[in-house]
Design a protein around this ligand. Structure first.
Ligand SMILES: [Cu+2]
Length: 278
């Protein structure tokens, strides 16, 4: 065991800096924990997939948090132990197989585990929807949301962008084609109503630019791309009213692009649908 030299001026500076690093970790940790308890932005989860997504986020937070603290304690330890005035030569050796394998394989194992957990959740979220899922169409536009239910026939009728009525004018905001009989019973609304505990397939389209269909409480986020119909499915599990936001900067009115989704009983959804004008 090497003799530890008595503290010189440089070593005192090293110890001061090391103490400062530990104090900053403790103050930062306590401060952020208190702040997060007051301003935690994760809404209570209200969908089946959301539980998996949250578990993944919290696991990632825990693992990266532990690594962050360990790395900084290690830095503090080195600053404490090896404070010097910079005139001496640093020790050098070409390689150390045990050390290199440790600092390569341990992070690799941790990252592969986290990524595999993410891949499992991703596969579950993007798996085919259950057969009993209902279908709703969402159309994003500058700056709002439009929803379409297929009506009793269960078929979405043809739409044509040329038939969309001008902004601010009622009539045909979705551009339904009256020549297609399947369009006749389609129900177009400005609000989304979904049945609780019933899987729903959402077909997402855009009229103009790229938007993103985001329901924070469901942990659902999917881009709406012009010229494409992108499908995603989820299962709301809590009755209530939730915000739909646009998560893709889409123009000057992006910030007002809010929508509302109401989750209620199957009967309540049917009653509400019956009240909507065709
Ligand atoms: Cu938008």
């Amino acid at each position: 065991m090497a003799e530890i030299p008595a503290p010189t001026g440089e070593r005192r500076t090293g110890r001061l800096l090391a103490t400062l690093i530990v104090v900053m970790i403790v103050l930062g940790g306590v401060g952020m924990t208190l702040l997060a308890r007051r301003h935690w932005w994760m809404l209570p989860v209200a969908s089946a997939h959301g539980v998996d997504v949250d578990r993944l986020i919290y696991t990632t937070f825990a693992v990266t948090g532990i690594v962050f603290v360990l790395v900084h304690l290690l830095i503090a330890g080195f600053v404490w132990r090896y404070g010097a005035h910079g005139t001496g030569r640093a020790a050098y050796w070409h390689d150390d197989r045990t050390l290199e394998l440790t600092y390569t394989l341990v992070p690799a194992a941790v990252l592969v585990t986290l990524i595999s957990m993410g891949a499992v959740v991703w596969a579950r979220v993007h798996s085919p929807a259950p057969a009993d899922a209902t279908v709703v169409e969402v159309r994003a536009e500058q700056f709002g949301w439009l929803f379409r239910y297929p009506g009793p026939d269960g078929i979405f009728g043809r739409v044509d962008p040329a038939l969309i009525s001008p902004p601010g004018k009622p009539g045909n905001p979705m551009g339904l084609d009256p020549a297609d009989p399947a369009s006749a019973d389609d129900i177009v609304t400005r609000e989304l109503h979904l049945a609780v505990n019933r899987p729903v397939r959402v077909r997402i389209r855009s009229k103009d630019v790229i938007h993103s269909f985001f329901i924070p409480a469901f942990r659902v986020k999917q881009d709406a791309v012009p010229g494409m119909t992108v499908e995603i499915w989820f299962t709301p599990t809590q009755e209530g009213s939730y915000e739909i936001a646009c998560a893709q900067l889409c123009g000057i009115g992006h910030y007002i692009m809010r929508g509302k989704v109401t989750v209620e009983s199957e009967e309540a959804v049917l009653t509400w649908l019956a009240q909507q004008s065709h």
